[in-house]
Design a protein around this ligand. Structure first.
Ligand SMILES: C[S@@+](CC[C@H](N)C(=O)[O-])C[C@H]1O[C@@H](n2cnc3c(N)ncnc32)[C@H](O)[C@@H]1O
Length: 399
């Protein structure tokens, strides 16, 4: 084990992460979902449709204290394999396996760089909050790519630099002072945070991570980590390409396309850029989020959701899990998601509420009230509406 991996393993043994919870049902009932759960976000991972027959084979690489068990519990027809360096974290996963009788969960202690030794292939690989802690994230991503099934998908989360600016300032300061991971040093970090001026860039991060920073493991993970890097949009796309993979898309388009969060005055100028450049501009103009959640696949398996041509009529639309629609007599219909809201008209509202994955777009348009309109008109209306819903991250699409 190299020096960095040994330090990382020690940290997650002393401070298992995330702070463990033990009631999976209660969490689900509260609507708290794991972003890598295919039961919830499956259309984002496999827009071309799920493989027929057997359940998914899922790898949770760097599974931490709960992720593999959460996925096994939520997807009883899947086989879930969890791998982690930290036996303390795996100990909690074993506890959950027993408590919830998860016969579909296998756990292994080890470095994800060696995952090839399992001699398995996976339809979905979840690796969230892990690769940016490796000495060689390229080797880590390549190792995951080597066990990805030909039509499989990877759901990855790595840190983004802009939303973590304040975290990196403090990490650097604490490193210079020589703070380690002792309880005394954790207490010193808390004292510094409590006295940090309101103008410090860390304050926004503190608000967003409030719950996790109540735990010592959250303080250590954020501010005293021995190995932590972030990827800008440009760096991330280069990284995926360099490791022989293809970039399929983001989990939350709302934060990456310019449509929602940027002044309409500049949108025509941004629209003239390539999609990749648009994402890079949005990252700098919006200044958030602090992580990038995205899907990578083998280049020939990448399926980009598109509303060109005719194939989009075969998509089944799903409302994005965090999106909700409300009607108010004065304000009309509004779709709410992640603190933003979007006005829709009555017909758009109908198409949104029908988005439960049961019908294709073609089937929706064959029903009232849409069937009353000339075919070309209803198609153009639906194409524009669903394309907008996609770019705003309010709907998902699957064949
Ligand atoms: C921040 S936690 C994330 C846990 C989990 N993926 C989640 O999202 O809840 C990072 C986890 O990755 C594990 N880890 C870090 N580097 C690893 C490696 N090279 N191989 C396997 N696990 C690793 C750590 O032990 C820790 O449990």
């Amino acid at each position: 084990m190299d020096n960095v991996t040994a330090k990382v393993a020690r940290q997650y043994t002393d401070y298992a992460y995330p702070p463990p919870f033990d009631d999976l049902d209660e969490r689900l009932a509260r609507g708290q979902v794991d972003a890598s759960d295919p039961r919830v976000f499956g259309p984002m991972f496999l827009p071309e449709g799920r493989p027929e027959g057997e359940g998914l084979r899922i790898l949770s690489a760097g599974c931490g204290t709960v992720q593999a068990a959460v996925l096994a519990h939520s997807n009883p027809d899947a086989l879930v394999v969890g791998v982690d360096l930290s036996d303390a974290s795996l100990g909690h996963q074993r506890y959950l396996r027993e408590k919830f009788d998860l016969k579909n969960l296998e756990l292994f202690q080890g470095d994800l760089s060696d995952v090839g030794r399992l001699e398995r292939e996976f339809d979905l690989i979840a690796c969230t909050g892990v690769l940016h802690h490796m000495a060689d994230p390229d080797a880590g991503l390549r190792a995951l790519g080597s066990v990805l099934a030909p039509q499989g998908a990877m759901f990855l989360m790595v840190y983004a630099p802009v939303g973590r600016t304040g975290v990196y300032l403090l990490q650097d300061a604490f490193r210079r002072i020589g703070l380690g991971q002792t309880p005394e040093d954790v207490a010193l970090v808390r004292a510094v945070l409590a006295g940090t001026p309101a103008s410090h860039p860390v304050q926004d991060y503190r608000r967003r991570a409030e719950e996790e920073l109540e735990h010592d493991s959250g303080i250590v993970d954020s501010f005293l980590h021995p190995q932590d890097r972030a990827y800008s949009v440009d760096e991330l796309l280069d990284w995926v390409e360099r490791t022989g993979l293809g970039f399929q898309g983001w989990l939350e388009n709302l934060f990456h396309y310019p449509d929602a969060l940027i002044s309409p005055a500049i949108l025509p100028r941004i629209a003239a850029l390539s999609t990749r450049e648009q994402w890079a501009v949005v990252e700098k103009m919006v200044g958030m989020p602090s992580t990038h959640c995205f899907i990578a696949r083998r280049p020939d398996a990448v399926h980009e959701v598109s509303f060109e041509g005719e194939d989009w009529l075969r998509y089944r639309p799903y409302r994005f899990p965090m999106a909700d629609i409300k009607y108010e007599p004065d304000a009309g219909y509004r779709i709410h998601c992640a603190g933003a809201q979007f006005v829709v008209n009555q017909h758009e509202a109908i198409l949104f509420t029908w988005g439960d994955g049961a019908r294709t777009i073609a089937a929706m348009l064959a029903e009232e009230p849409f069937s009353a309109f000339p075919e070309a008109d209803r198609r153009e209306f639906a194409r524009a509406h669903f394309n907008r819903m996609w770019r705003l991250g309010l709907m998902m699409f699957q064949r």
